[in-house]
Design a protein. Sequence first.
Length: 229
Amino acid sequence: MTPTPTATLVARDWAEIQERMLVPLYEAVYDRLEVGPGDRLLGLGCGAGLPLLLAAARGAVATGVEADPARRALARERLLEVQAAAPPSASSAPRPYDALLAFSPAPEALASALPAVRRGGAVVLADWGPAERCTVPSVLGGGPAPGDLDAVVERAGLRPDGSGRVFCPFGYADVDSAVRGLLSTGLYDGASDAALAEKELAEALHPFERSDGAVWLPNIFRYVIARVA
């Protein structure tokens, strides 16, 4: 499937503006797991591949799964191994994965990826932290709300193995780049009038402008680590 020009532009906004906002989360998780040479990681919903690049910089072998063809194409431009779907089982890889990074997974996507992870391997989930400590949900009109990560762990039959919170501020050079970055997340994909959604988002961001025109949106993300039984 060839991405449309619009989809490609949105994917580039994600890669060039938005993706870096989650670097503190990725690094905190990699520190917690002590990711290093020889580790095999599977990144579910890896976007344009930044979390894979950070893992590779630590010596890990990282493979991504990304359903969006435009983001997948950008990840491959970075010479990353990114698939459209998770491998069906651990036996389909040279050896099972040591960790699955599934920061905001749909339940069916998580279930399809778990068989590729070794027994005792780590599964990392992440989502927004407490509403009172996240600016972006208020800018977006009350959503998205944080999911119940502990319930996801329980339903998936995983063994809890710790959690943490990470400060992930979303900082932009100006309102225009903030609008482009936030729209690239897909949180506004359901809007019936894209132009109106863009205008309303720009207006909602003005209270967060600094004197130099930059936009600063503080957020806390929560992650949980679980183990494959």
